[in-house]
Design a protein around this ligand. Structure first.
Ligand code: G1P
Ligand code: ZN
Length: 543
């Protein structure tokens, strides 16, 4: 075993997006591609002596190859210790838990989250810092700049390490420890929720169907839900992680989790349905024939948080990404706590959580979480709902309808236009931005425009500014349309249009969302010429 330094040539385009560097597997398979990025990361991180690094991924295709490469490079870089999830597995929330509980200096997450996997799918790499959360923009930008000037890569000439058995190995002076990937995560959940109450709920015959979409959530859900909490075997379905997620799209929304939605619409539907994504940080909650919007889910959790042991002392505040509906704002106002509006991406919640300004946070994209870790957490959300149902005796639908009755319904939808030629998407955004100054005061969708701007965020803890985070057109009533380009896609550009309208009238709460939002869709077409630029008559996905 010896240290080797290989000459390298920088790669173009290694700029991390909303959540790390995501590319097609074939891009990562280019010789030197992953090494280049990891070298840039290590160059930015500097001296590793005495430090602990955590490495793990969602088990998708290329996970094992990438982990072996990173272990060799971490040893060459001089880490004292590297913790690796057994089999190379760590869900994204489990990574965050391990970093925090083991006081590691950071971790490397190998995942492309909800993006499809397999040889023709996507792969990704993301660095999390010592608080357990995604590195802030200052770090990801530094990595990108370094990636353009990597001229040598430091590694070790050594055989692959066995990842499948717990144990300790040595690479140069680095101790490599293969750890149980679920233990730390389960310990964190145990400290938050009333497991006895949830156990009693299952003992009373409560039926849950938890679809982990052939992804990494499976082992965690089996251990907690069917193991500790005593739900019957078969409660967690599609639970064996596969490298290609069974050739499905592991994104828990009604469009991709069709099997779950069908089960929840059946005559003998379980009491609650839920799904988690490729790396188990996203969640969808479904009642009987009743899909809960992620924005409503966040609001319900905030409204009842004090019923949960881990949050009994109350919430410091809440945060949501800008495009997420304002349902949680209304709950926060009622509770008399602050509500922060951040740009899209979990990394923006980290500082607020670290500073103790917020306890719960969430995004419209099926992400919810809290200060227990620094990532969103799919199974945590499922446990939170189970705990709430256990102590309130209410169903999923009753909890959501109570929210609407009290605060009105924030009718919400996101329309995605996928695979648009990048130049066309950029042109749409450019024209739209140019039109903004003329919009305030004009009447659109029957109402005057109150605000038309490009969202910019000043982090209240460190003053850092993130601009161009999404174009917003907000009408006088608060109805709004938001436009932004995805930062996680790997093919062309994806335009996301977020639509929200507040409906106070309970007799209109059951109107189909798309119908209620039609005037806002027309507004979007009018101001952004969506058809013209995308060449598409309808969105590729509506959630
Ligand atoms: C998407 C979601 C965003 C989420 C991110 C990572 O990013 O919209 O809320 O944080 O995935 O899960 P986007 O593709 O929109 O940049
Ligand atoms: Zn994810």
């Amino acid at each position: 075993m010896k240290r080797v330094t290989r000459p390298a040539t920088p790669f173009e385009g290694q700029r991390p997006g909303t959540s790390g560097l995501r590319k097609k597997v074939s891009v990562f398979q280019q010789p030197g591609y992953l090494e280049n990025f990891v070298q840039a990361l290590f160059n930015v991180l500097g001296d590793a002596s005495g430090k602990t690094l955590v490495v793990g991924g969602d088990g998708r295709y290329y996970n094992r190859v990438a982990i072996q490469t990173i272990l060799r490079m971490a040893a060459a870089h001089g880490y004292a210790r590297v913790l690796v999830g057994q089999g190379g597995i760590l869900s994204t929330p489990a990574m965050s838990a391990v970093i925090r509980r083991r006081a590691a200096s950071g971790g490397i997450v190998l995942s492309a989250s909800h993006n499809p996997g397999g040889p023709s799918g996507d792969f990704g790499i993301k660095y999390n810092i010592a608080n357990g959360g995604p590195a802030p923009e200052s770090v990801t930008e530094a990595i990108y700049l370094r990636s353009r000037e990597v001229h040598e890569v430091h590694t070790v000439d050594s055989p692959d390490l066995p990842l499948d058995a717990l144990g300790t190995h040595r690479l140069l002076d680095t101790q490599i420890e293969i750890i149980d990937p679920v233990a730390d995560y389960c310990a964190v959940q145990r400290a938050l929720f009333d497991f006895d109450a949830i156990r009693a709920l299952f003992a009373r015959g409560f039926r849950l169907r938890l679809d982990t979409m052939w992804a990494v959530g499976g082992p965690y859900a089996k251990a907690l839900i069917e193991g500790e909490l005593g739900a019957p075997a078969g409660t967690v379905v599609n639970a064996t992680p596969r490298e290609d997620f069974g050739d499905l799209h592991p994104d828990p929304n009604p469009v991709n989790a069709t099997d779950l939605i069908a089960h929840m619409a059946a005559a003998d539907a379980p009491d609650m349905g839920a799904a988690t994504d490729g790396d188990a940080d996203r969640n969808m909650i479904v009642g009987r024939n009743f899909a809960v919007s992620p924005s409503d889910s966040l609001a319900v959790l905030a409204a009842h948080a004090t019923r949960i042991p881990g949050y009994a002392a109350g919430l410091a505040g809440v945060a949501r990404s800008m495009p997420t509906s304002t349902a949680v704002d209304r709950v926060a106002a009622k509770l008399g706590i602050a509500c922060y509006e951040t740009p899209t991406g979990w990394k923006f919640f980290g500082n607020l959580l670290d500073a103790g300004k917020v306890t719960l946070c969430g995004e419209e994209s099926y992400g919810t979480g809290s200060n227990h870790i620094r990532e969103k957490d799919g199974l945590w959300a499922v446990l939170f709902w189970l705990n709430l149902i256990a102590v309130t005796g209410k169903s999923v639908e009753q909890l959501v309808r109570a929210l609407w009755a009290e605060h009105g319904r924030c009718v919400y939808s996101r329309h995605d236009y996928e695979g648009i030629p990048t130049a066309q998407a950029d042109a749409l955004m450019r024209d739209l931005r140019a039109a903004l100054p003329g919009l305030p005061g004009t009447v659109l969708a029957g109402e005057p425009v109150a605000i038309a701007d490009d969202f910019a965020y000043t982090d209240p803890t460190d003053g850092s500014i993130s601009s161009k985070q999404g174009v917003r057109i907000i009408l006088r009533s608060g109805s709004r349309v938001v436009f932004r380009l995805s930062g996680t896609g790997t093919e062309g550009a994806t335009l996301r249009i977020y639509l929200e309208r507040h409906e106070p009238d309970p007799s209109r709460h059951d109107l189909p969302a798309q119908q209620a939002l039609a005037p806002l869709v027309a507004l979007a077409e009018q101001v952004a010429r969506v058809r013209h630029f995308t060449g598409m008559d309808t969105p590729s996905v509506m959630t």
